[in-house]
Design a protein around this ligand. Structure first.
Ligand SMILES: C[S@@+](CC[C@H](N)C(=O)[O-])C[C@H]1O[C@@H](n2cnc3c(N)ncnc32)[C@H](O)[C@@H]1O
Length: 289
């Protein structure tokens, strides 16, 4: 908190689910699973998150930090964006709610110490402050602009060691074509190997994708009610994983946005939702009413 910050103290969350954000069930499970497998196998390395917002995903990453490892978070929080487009993105999506103080309050509700915080555009990380080959997991979830994501992927590539994993958010959202372009460009020109695709995130490695896949498939996802499919693309194998239950997007700002609600209502009216989803939507509506 800055010495001049006299605003009211942000509310303290009781559970990580109380923290607003865009981090949903399937990805929470994948992060937790891969990080736990790494630790169990004796793989050590730092954790890095580009784009933390109010800390929803950072809090979970912090759960997996082991002694001797460093967790670095880079976000603009309430600082100025580096260019007009990024500034517009910040105003539209984050400015109303986001402060560094709120992030810190949320994080400290679940952890004794803050991560290393870089309150700057993610482009500053290109200066080598994240040592090469130091990380086991990097989460990229900051700017959605192509040029920025290209830089973020480069940072992850330099930072990741061995079979380290990069998770890239919004690689296929309708409003983020720049992320899609940067992600698939990295696959086809920078040797990034896809391992897992969820509705929200792309998981890949510059290490051995078979080893990461083996970790991933050591869990009975289908038995737990997830949908798991094998996918072959451009000579590479990866998997798609989804949770289709009604609570998948619960808790985040995106889950309660008006366009999302309108789109669900429309699909319900048109009768194009699968029966199980339609029943769940009707039940939720009854509960809300
Ligand atoms: C989608 S939110 C992150 C969500 C968070 N990971 C979660 O799971 O709840 C994107 C974040 O990226 C930050 N951001 C946007 N452009 C950035 C940039 N150029 N450099 C650093 N952070 C940026 C925003 O401030 C915002 O907090």
């Amino acid at each position: 908190m800055s010495a001049t910050d006299t605003s009211a103290a942000p509310p303290v969350p009781a559970t990580p689910d109380d923290v607003p954000g865009w981090f949903f069930r399937v990805d929470r499970e994948v992060f937790g699973w891969l990080l736990t497998r790494q630790s169990a196998a004796g793989v050590t390395g730092d954790l890095l998150e580009l784009g933390a917002y109010l800390g929803r995903s950072a809090i979970l990453l912090g759960d997996h930090l082991r002694p001797g490892e460093t967790f670095t978070v880079c976000d603009l929080f309430d600082a100025d964006a580096p260019d007009g487009e990024n500034s517009a993105e910040m105003t539209m999506s984050y400015r109303a709610t986001l402060t560094r103080r709120a992030f810190e309050t949320n994080y400290l509700a679940f952890h004794a110490e803050l991560p290393v915080i870089v309150q700057d555009p993610t482009s500053v990380l290109a200066d080598g402050r994240i040592p090469a080959d130091s990380c086991r997991f990097v989460h990229i979830d900051a700017s959605h602009l192509y040029e920025h994501v290209v830089g973020d992927i480069q940072v992850a590539r330099d930072a990741l060691a061995g079979n380290g994993v990069v998770a890239l958010d919004d690689y296929r959202a309708p409003h983020t074509p720049g992320v899609s372009a940067a992600v698939w460009e990295a696959v086809f020109t920078l040797g990034l190997k896809p391992v897992l695709l969820t509705p929200e995130k792309f998981y890949g490695t510059w290490g051995d994708p078979d080893a990461v896949r083996a970790d991933l498939l050591a869990r009975d996802w289908r038995g737990e009610g997830f949908r798991l499919d094998e996918e072959h693309l451009a000579g590479q194998t990866c998997h798609r994983l989804a949770w289709d239950g009604p609570s998948e997007r619960g808790g985040g700002p995106a889950a309660t946005s008006a366009p999302a609600r309108r789109s669900l209502a429309r699909r319900l009216a048109l009768g194009v939702l699968p029966p199980i989803a339609a029943r769940a939507v009707r039940r939720l509506r009854r509960e809300r009413a």
